[in-house]
Structures are given as C-alpha cells and as structure tokens.
Design a protein around this ligand. Structure first.
Ligand code: NAD
Length: 338
C-alpha cells in the first residue's frame, strides 16, 4: 500500500531542510506520496491561524506527518503549536534516539547509542493548575501522573526494545522524594517489566542518571521516564552526541505519529542554504521504521555515517564542511541509492 505523508515545511530553515530530506527519500524510490499542509507562520499568513483545521484533518487522515520546525510567535495567546499537536492527537510517546556519529564536535566520539522514551501528556511539564497567589508570594502547580499514562509509556519502551533488539530498559524516576507521582510511575513500571522477562530492567533516580549519562553513557540502552525528566534528559543526550543538528524526535500516539527535528527554525541562518538537514533526515528514518520500512531507515542512517566518515566537503559548516544543505543531501542521496 502506498503511504501518504502529511508534510509540514515549517518556518525559517524548515523549507530548506524539508526539501533536502525529501530529495533523499525520493532517491530511495520507496513509493511514498506527500501531501503538503500548512502550520506556523506560513499558515497564519495564508489562513489567518497557526494551526488550521484542514492541517489537523490531513494528519488524521494519513496518520503520519513529517514536520519541520515552526517559529512560536512571542507574546500572548498560543503557547506552542507543537504542544497543541501533541494534545490534539494524544501523542503520548516522545521517542528520541541519541547515537554517536563520527567526526562531530561531541565529547563522545563513540559508544553512545540510546533512546529516551518520554511520557508526553501528563506530569509537571504540562503546567496543569498553574497559579500565583495575588500577593505574588506563592506559586503552585498540579502534577498528575496516572496508571494509564504510566502503563502505556512503559509498555511502549519495552515493546520498542523487543522490536529493535535492544537489551535493557532503565526506568528513571524520583520516587524517593516524589512518593505519589514518581512513586506510582515506578510501581506501574515494575509491574509492566514483569511481562518482559527477556528484557533487562533497572531503576535509576533522575539526578544520578544525569551524572551517569555524562560519565558512562554506554551503560544505557532505552530510558523510559516521565514528561519533565524526559525533556531534560533527552537534551542532555543530544548534547552527548554533538548537539541539535543530529537530534531527531518522534511523537507517537495510537492513531497518529509526527516526526521532527529537535532543533528550532534557526532564524539566524534561514535562507542561507547552510542548515544541516540531518536531524530531519534522521526523523524521516524513524518514520520509515514506524511504517514498517526499517531497512530503508537504516540505509539513511548508514549513508549519513558514511558521509561523515568520508569528511565529505559537501557537509554543512556546522559539521566542518564547506557545503550547503542541498550538497549535503545530494552526498547522502548518492550513498542511499548506491
Ligand atoms: P534553534 O534550534 O532554532 O537555534 C539554536 C542555534 O542552533 C542557532 O544558532 C541555529 O542557527 C543553530 N541550528 C539549529 N538548527 C540547525 C541546523 N539544522 N543546522 C545548523 N545550525 C542549526 O533555537 P532557537 O533560536 O531558540 O529558536 C528559534 C525558533 O524556533 C523559536 O521561534 C522557537 O520557538 C522555535 N522552535 C521550534 C521547535 C519546533 O518546532 N520543534 C523547537 C525548538 C524551537
């Protein structure tokens, strides 16, 4: 069956890195179709709103979207289009791989190959019940964790481990202090882990996890955690492997999944043709895994590694090359096709 992908070209460097990514996908001749939809500043200009109903409908229809970064307008009103998308489609799993690539500026040239699975819909991060007292002296926030939310994210992590041949899931928590919320998450995680005797499971307190990630990142395989801890840990992991230019992420729900680069719209380099397309390309590889084309996803990852290993002059300046977004994409496309 031909899979159609809803494509959001986004703002700033978004259209440039999307063109590069689609160029590589086309070189693989996977029979994918694309349907362009608007979101962000482009949608505001064309349709008078940042996230038009027609965009939501197209994503719902195809169930898969590849999304470039969107500029979040500063000021009152809309908090974040990304948060709105997550909420609308109940995209409960935020899945962020972090893998060492050769010849990058990372501190770890090799040995990092982990995936952070972050709960995306509840916990402190969503800012439920935020209030500041009238005299400005006391600020409060409700932190809600549910059995349902914990169970589905932990199960997702274990299923991902099984599907991808990974051996270990580390449950990251702060149940020693946050006895109710983190406590429930850990309790449910332990129950779910019992069903996966083939996968090793260990538990780690979040502060120790941060230290361990910096000292010995190779001990981690899959990390599963609650929303706010996952937000922080996944950026730490992106830093371990060389930063934003190589960090993809997926937001996955039962009926829809959205794949994106972790970085933003980079207004400082927009229009210059020098944006690194790898983060979106790696997100496209995650998308291919998700739609049952894992071989194709691996071919993209291998082609990126080969291009970096060759110190190809076509690499973008952030990776030490003198090339452009498109020359980099063409160098990768030659390797995936061949
Ligand atoms: P940013 O990620 O856009 O840029 C941070 C720095 O990294 C800049 O110097 C930029 O040039 C560089 N950079 C980012 N991506 C790059 C790439 N592919 N190649 C080379 N260099 C790259 O973060 P920011 O400046 O804080 O945010 C800009 C806008 O993006 C804001 O409106 C923000 O709200 C939005 N944003 C969107 C998303 C998203 O849609 N997922 C995520 C983060 C930020």
């Amino acid at each position: 069956m031909t899979q159609t992908i809803a494509v959001i070209r986004g703002d700033g460097i978004g259209p440039e890195i999307m063109e590069a990514t689609l160029h590589v996908l086309d070189a693989m001749q996977l029979g994918l179709r694309y349907e362009d939809v608007d979101a962000g500043m482009v949608a505001l200009e064309k349709h008078g709103e940042l996230l038009p109903a027609s965009t939501l409908e197209t994503i719902r229809k195809h169930g898969i979207a590849l999304k470039s970064p969107l500029t979040t307008p500063v000021g009152e009103g809309f908090s974040s289009i990304n948060v709105a998308l997550r909420r609308h489609f109940d995209l409960y799993a935020n899945v962020r791989p972090a893998k060492s690539f050769p010849n990058t500026k990372s501190r770890f040239g090799e040995g990092v190959d982990l995936i952070t699975v972050r709960e995306n819909t509840e916990g402190a991060y969503i800012g439920e019940g935020q209030m500041v007292s009238e005299d400005g002296q006391i600020a409060t926030l409700t932190q809600k964790v549910t059995r349902h939310g914990s169970e589905r994210i932990v199960r997702y992590a274990f299923e991902l481990a099984r599907r991808t041949g990974r051996r270990k899931v580390t449950v990251v928590h702060k149940a020693n202090i946050l006895k109710s919320t983190s406590g429930l998450f850990l309790k449910v995680a332990r129950e779910v882990a019992q069903e996966y005797a083939d996968i090793e499971c260990n538990e780690m307190i979040v502060d120790n996890t941060c230290m361990q990630l910096v000292m010995r990142p190779e001990q981690f395989d899959i990390i599963v955690t609650t929303n706010l801890f996952g937000d922080i840990i996944s950026d730490l992991c992106a830093g371990l492997v060389g930063g934003l230019g190589l960090a993809p992420g997926a937001n996955i729900g039962a009926d829809a999944a959205i794949f994106e680069a972790v970085h933003g719209s980079a207004p400082d380099i927009a229009g210059k043709g020098i944006a690194n397309p790898c983060a979106l390309l790696l997100a496209a590889a995650q998308m291919l895994d998700h739609i049952g084309k894992a071989d194709a996803g691996n071919r993209i990852r291998e082609a990126i590694v080969a291009t970096l290993e060759a110190k190809d002059p076509a690499l973008t300046p952030d990776l030490g090359g003198s090339g452009t977004t498109m020359s980099f994409a063409e160098a990768i496309a030659r390797r995936v096709a061949g």
